[in-house]
Design a protein around this ligand. Structure first.
Ligand code: SAH
Ligand code: SF4
Ligand code: F3S
Length: 443
């Protein structure tokens, strides 16, 4: 049996697909290109753009690539599966499994059941009321950077966002299970752990939690290995406690980088987004963070053209971006998501206005990102090597490797050809800044 997994969406989906691949390998299946695969899993995202169309066109492409072979078993998993449920069976005759966000752990068994019963289909979209532990794959996680889920779902209901509908209510995973998984990953060679969730610093604040706070969890994970790197994503500004901020001063292995979604810079827009902080609150938080860790690098998510956003309000977002000096950002035009509160707001912004704002914002970010990278030239840093660079320089007898510095910036460095440097921490001096990455020399 062979399988292929196609993944859209956030880091949680990437981590889910990675888990699924290892589970399927445990059951004796091999990875294959779509045209040769017996099973194809599509792990989907509904957060932006036209997710249904994307799923429909991907299913169409699979049908073509597999020569319309109906014995190919296609499973649709993740957020679009949760949202559309059994209507997905009508998207393609090959779809026989629909598995929502809380059903990921059941996919391996479900696939085996369907393989044994060629006439059957299965739709698993109920939410569970607690964090379901998944079976542990035998195959070791490979790669120096490991992602560990600490929660599922989100209770915030930002008015533009579909995640609370597709991932359900917030459910914290037990701290014992998180720590066990981290220990195992470190034994297996992980050098960096990133804790994952839609609102990580609300960890422990739901009724399924074991009473451990996010700060306490972070301390415990950090203590597992002083030499590893620790990161987390995504925090919510309103839930960053004083203790969470202080940990940037307290924990040496907590990396000096934080992805802190701001979304907008005008109070009126933030209120209508239900973000529950003001621009002033956000700036105070940034100041407190920089006080705890002066070299902290910040990145963010931004939405332009939210319903009712005026030019003046957009300029306030630009101003905040400048004040916070983000090293990078993801920015998006607001788009309606079915069932969300903002989709019912009357004062939608025309697409050309949204695009114009997006371009101006992205031009500003390019400037800030270039300045941030340029300032790194000459600095001594440590790079955790993740693998060989896709582009090699054939004129040297060295090999070009790439990895990330503590700020999460991509760094290329030339090292000896004869060894595998993946997973090594290499001391580097930054020599050059490219548009989106850095070049360094070892030593
Ligand atoms: N839990 C995270 C990630 C949510 S989704 C958080 O709270 O930040 C990732 C990003 O997609 C969001 O931060 C937001 O900037 C963007 N996004 C979500 N819904 C959107 C929508 N309807 N239109 C445009 N961008 C959206
Ligand atoms: Fe969506 Fe807001 Fe939850 Fe993030 S915090 S997942 S933007 S509802
Ligand atoms: Fe997308 Fe679902 Fe993640 S909507 S961003 S895959 S939580």
């Amino acid at each position: 049996m062979t399988f292929h997994i196609i993944t859209f969406g956030c880091q949680m989906n990437v981590a889910d697909s990675d888990w699924l691949a290892r589970m399927l390998r445990d059951r004796g299946m091999r990875w294959a290109e779509p045209a040769q695969a017996d099973i194809i899993v599509l792990n989907t995202c509904s957060v932006r753009e036209k997710p249904e169309l994307k799923v429909r066109s991907t299913l169409g492409r699979i049908l073509q690539e597999t020569g319309k072979n109906r014995s190919v078993l296609v499973a649709v998993a993740g957020c679009v599966a949760q949202q559309l449920g059994n209507t997905l069976f009508s998207f393609s005759p090959q779809v026989r499994l629909v598995a929502g966000t809380d059903a990921m752990g059941q996919i391996p068994d479900a696939l085996e059941l369907l393989l044994a019963n060629p006439g059957r289909t299965l739709c698993l979209t109920s939410f569970s009321t607690r964090y379901d532990e998944r079976p542990k794959p035998r195959e070791a996680h490979c790669g120096p950077v490991a992602y560990v889920n600490i929660m599922q779902g989100c209770d915030n209901f930002c008015t533009y966002c579909i995640v609370p509908f597709t991932r359900g209510r917030q459910k914290s995973r037990s701290s014992a299970a998180i720590l066990d998984e981290c220990r195992l990953l470190l034994e297996q060679g992980a050098r960096e752990i990133c804790l994952l969730g839609q609102n990580v610093n609300a960890y422990g604040l739901d009724k399924t939690s074991d009473g451990t706070s996010f700060a306490s969890l972070l301390r415990q994970v950090s203590a597992l290995d002083p030499d590893m790197r620790l990161r987390y994503v995504t925090p919510h500004p309103k839930d960053m406690s004083h203790e969470d901020v202080a940990l940037f001063a307290e924990l040496p292995n907590l990396c000096p980088r934080l992805h802190l979604p701001m979304q907008a810079g005008a109070d009126h827009v933030l209120r209508r987004m239900n973000r529950r902080y003001t621009a002033g609150d956000f700036l105070s938080l940034v100041q407190a963070l920089k006080k705890a860790r002066p070299d902290l690098a910040l990145s963010t998510d931004l939405i332009v053209g939210f319903p009712g956003e005026t030019e003046e309000e957009f300029l306030q977002t630009m101003d905040m971006v400048r004040k916070c000096g983000f090293m990078s950002s993801f920015s998006f035009c607001y788009s309606d998501r079915p069932g969300t509160r903002a989709s019912g707001y009357a004062d939608k912004i025309p697409a050309p206005v949204q695009l114009d704002r997006l371009q101006r914002l992205q031009a500003l970010q390019e400037e800030l990102s270039s300045a941030w990278l340029a300032e790194r030239v000459g600095a001594a840093t440590t790079v955790l090597i993740e693998g060989q660079s896709p582009r090699q320089d054939d004129t040297t007898d060295l090999c070009r490797w790439q990895g990330r510095d503590p700020y999460g910036a991509l760094v290329h460095v030339d090292l000896a050809k004869d060894a595998d440097h993946t997973g090594q921490f290499v001391d580097v001096t930054i020599t050059h800044a490219f548009k989106h990455s850095l070049q360094g020399t070892a030593g």
